[in-house]
Design a protein around this ligand. Structure first.
Ligand SMILES: [Zn+2]
Ligand SMILES: [Zn+2]
Length: 421
């Protein structure tokens, strides 16, 4: 048995009607109530649209199932969660159906005859910043939060003792009232608006009959302490769901608290899937003569020692892979990806050169380049002037603001400074 039957009643079919029966009932009713056929009935277009909306839901087996289980609130909330355009509420659903139909229409189904304006309790989505270290090592975080819980003394009724809310006089218990808006010289649009007297509840509780603790609000704020477990190998954007830890609403299941991990950029490591990438500077002598040292300090503060094979010359941009030193695989954290290391060669500076035996250097280093052969017929002299590569092409766009930040990245030499060992 469906929790609500309003839509079935609109089409005049029983709740167990077949798809075909619903279709036939709608066609008949739609013809009957078409605004063109009822020019003197201000409510005709409204009725017509309500039926179209009811048909839209009941003719879609998915939506009908949701409606049967959760009512109109379910179609508004869960329906959207189940693949619809995100976050539509009942009014949006209607706008969506009728937008561009040329008829001015606003309708809040949530404030329907059942006298409830409550939406299903929504999930709390919280963005949570994590470091690559957190995702590598795993981490548990405790945090203080506040949520709405059903008021204990009144059990979520909002009333004091056995007091009963009275039917709202203004809207006669419907929770909404008709509003007429001028939309053109001779055109009046009729729409429903939530009753301001009862806030769409259809009933009202006298001041003195309200629960003392929640003041008739049915829920109270409660401080809670939540713990989330960031597991090894989790990724940027991954969601950690604390089911039922969200706000409570009387008569509906509580919402979830959803943490969405947001990875902060790391200064030394870059992640792709389960692999990691880092850049390491080696000195000129290491590049020529080899090394055996801690090359990388890992995300768990562990040093990783690497020895280069003897006789190997490392060139700028050479890459090695350290197998099994990548990220732990999510849910299989004993397995790890690989760590890619890109080499940069750190050249010695002028201070070193001043103290060096240049003649000896010349003897041991490979010879300088000879003049090009055959010699070009014309050779000019040019000055050696150091410059900033960012100035390249600058004379082309003189109209640009001189202070403009330049985004030029001249290759790997400008990569973020890596951890020097
Ligand atoms: Zn009212
Ligand atoms: Zn209460």
């Amino acid at each position: 048995m469906p929790v609500e039957t309003e839509l079935y009643e609109l089409l005049g079919v029983p709740a167990d009607a077949t798809e075909d029966e619903i279709k036939r009932a709608y066609r008949k009713k739609a013809k009957e109530h078409h605004p063109d056929k009822n020019p003197n009935d201000p409510e005709a277009s409204q009725k017509f649209q309500e039926m179209a909306a009811a048909y839209e839901i009941l003719s879609d087996s998915n939506k009908r199932e949701i409606y049967d289980s959760y009512g109109m609130e379910g179609v508004a909330g869960r329906g959207a969660a189940a693949g619809g355009p995100g976050g539509m509420d009942a009014a949006d659903v209607f706008e969506h159906f009728f937008g561009g139909s040329g008829m001015n229409f606003a309708f809040d189904f949530g404030a329907g005859s059942r006298g409830s304006r409550r939406r299903p309790s929504s999930d709390s989505i919280i963005e949570y910043d994590v470091t690559l270290e957190d995702l590598y090592n795993g981490k548990s975080v405790k945090m203080n939060m506040e949520r709405e819980v059903v008021c204990e003394p009144c059990k979520g009724s909002g009333t004091r003792g056995n007091a009963k809310p009275k039917k709202c006089v203004k809207c006669e218990g419907k929770g909404w009232t008709f509003v007429h808006t001028q939309v053109g010289p001779s055109q009046l649009a009729t729409s429903r608006a939530m009753c301001s007297e009862c806030d769409g509840e259809g009933e009202k509780l006298k001041e003195k009959d309200r629960c003392k603790k929640c003041k008739g609000e049915k829920t109270v704020k409660e401080k809670t302490r939540q713990e989330i477990h960031i597991e090894k190998g989790m990724s940027d954007g991954q969601r950690i769901v604390l089911a039922g830890a969200g706000d409570q609403v009387p008569g509906s299941p509580p919402g979830d608290v959803v943490f969405v991990l947001k990875l902060k950029q790391h200064e030394s490591f870059e992640r792709s899937g389960n692999d990691l990438l880092t850049t390491v500077k080696v000195t000129l002598s290491e590049a020529l003569l080899g090394f055996s040292r801690i090359l990388v300090t890992h995300l768990d503060s562990r040093g990783v020692r690497v020895s280069s094979p003897s006789g190997k010359v490392i060139k700028f941009g050479d890459t090695i892979v350290l197998r099994g030193e990548g990220m732990p695989v999510y849910k299989r954290s004993s397995d790890k990806g690989d760590l890619y290391v890109v080499f940069q060669i750190e050249m010695p500076d002028e201070v070193w050169l001043q103290s060096a035996d240049r003649a000896a250097l010349e003897r041991v280093l490979p010879p300088k380049k000879a003049e090009v052969e055959p010699k070009p017929p014309v050779v000019d002299e040019a000055d050696y002037e150091e410059c900033d590569i960012a100035d390249f092409g600058d004379d082309e766009d003189t109209w640009e603001d001189e202070d403009d930040e330049d985004d030029f990245h001249p290759g790997m030499g400008e990569e973020p400074e890596c951890r020097q060992q």
